[in-house]
Design a protein around this ligand. Structure first.
Ligand code: GTP
Ligand code: MG
Length: 344
């Protein structure tokens, strides 16, 4: 690529959809992890964040992408809960997104939280693709682990592939009912005008190369200008969770979506009663591919730029709130930053 990667922001990809349609499983497949196994009843109850570096994206996508075509540093995936009671978390996840993946179970089709997620994307005008998940559950499916979709399609009997087609066209019809013109992703020329549907299986990895290739292409082509921000500016983010961390007291897990945060920065965080003004004590970065929700081995860093998920240790965080804004003060007027946090 022709751009300096340090001046480009990692796109934030929100993963949205109805409960149990396979959002966390899909991310587990990409991460090579098993976050779902640690979840009570396999129900996601918090927003998660995982940084997936470009080399991992391109190794999974294989021949479908040429890494030289990309100069974005990778993708930051935001996992959201699909259970109906977590509407606030879904909107919060959606609000952070530059682009999104709407996960739909091919057998279950559109469900209430699918529509709710679609509404969030519509209102925020977030570009998205649809991952039609669990294709391996089509009766008679012949699984081809980690295969791109066209190869595994060809390996199915006519009966099986037409059964999958029926489910896919139903999803395309549902999207059209919601005023989105959609088609199977390989037929889409202009992803700005049409929603691409990518058949996948989080279980077997089939179609996952296609999903990542489409996401990279989409973010590179279409997000490029928005990603060229002043990554050296004072950081701005959102609190995902307030947590006790051994040796650090109360910490906040945040998604930083703009600028940089440094280990000696003064920050303002939205609190229960009023904005909290405090000094960063430590910045704790999850390892690449680690889910911040479940990570136990953080690396202490001096600074980090958007977009990233990062744990911030600082005094006075007991009253911080999930969903609250976080802003770095640095060379700005403290009063002005406090006002901004209060207004959000
Ligand atoms: P919430 O976070 O609670 O909204 O659920 P989720 O969308 O994250 O779904 P999750 O990944 O927890 O998966 C729900 C169930 O579907 C689990 O039992 C998974 O093993 C199963 N599952 C997910 N993807 C696939 C798939 O592609 N194929 C099959 N056969 N099962 C899947
Ligand atoms: Mg989940």
């Amino acid at each position: 690529g022709s751009h300096d990667p340090t001046s480009l922001r990692t796109p934030i990809v929100a993963v949205l959809g109805h409960v149990d349609h396979g959002k966390t499983s899909l991310l587990d497949k990409i991460r090579g992890s098993a976050v779902i196994e640690g979840e009570a009843g396999a129900i996601t109850q918090h927003i998660g964040a995982t940084a997936v570096p470009l080399d991992v994206v391109s190794s999974i996508a294989g021949d479908l992408v040429n890494p030289d075509d990309f100069d974005l540093p990778g993708l930051l995936f935001i996992d959201t809960p699909g259970h109906h009671s977590f509407t606030t978390l879904r909107s919060r996840g959606g609000a952070l997104a530059d682009i999104a993946i709407l996960v739909v179970d091919v057998n279950d089709g559109f469900q209430p939280q699918t529509l709710e997620a679609l509404d969030i994307l519509k209102r925020s005008q977030t570009p998205f693709i649809v991952a039609a998940n669990k294709i391996d559950t089509v009766p008679g499916w012949n699984a081809n682990e980690d295969s791109p979709i066209n190869a595994t399609y060809e390996a199915q009997s006519d009966r099986v592939s037409s059964r999958l087609d029926e489910s896919l066209y139903e999803i395309i019809g549902n999207l059209s009912d919601e005023d989105f013109s959609a088609d199977l992703y390989w037929r889409v020329q202009n992803f700005q005008r049409n929603v691409g549907v990518v058949p996948v299986s989080a279980m077997t990895g089939e179609g996952v190369p296609d999903l990542l290739a489409v996401m990279m292409g989409l973010s590179q082509r279409y997000m490029k200008e928005e990603m060229e921000i002043d990554v050296q500016g004072p950081g701005v983010g959102t609190v995902l969770e307030v947590k006790e961390e051994k040796g650090f007291g109360t910490t906040i897990d945040i998604v930083l979506y703009d600028g940089t945060i440094k280990a000696d920065d003064q920050i303002v965080v939205g609190g229960m009663n009023q904005p909290i003004v405090t000094d960063v004590r430590a910045l704790l970065q999850p390892r690449p591919l680690a889910e911040i929700r479940t990570e136990s081995r953080f690396e202490k860093v001096d600074e980090i730029s958007a977009a990233s998920g990062i744990k911030v240790a600082a005094p006075e965080l007991a009253d911080a709130m999930a969903g609250a804004p976080v802003r770095v003060v640095r060379n700005r007027e403290l009063d002005e930053v406090v006002d901004e946090v209060e207004a959000e």
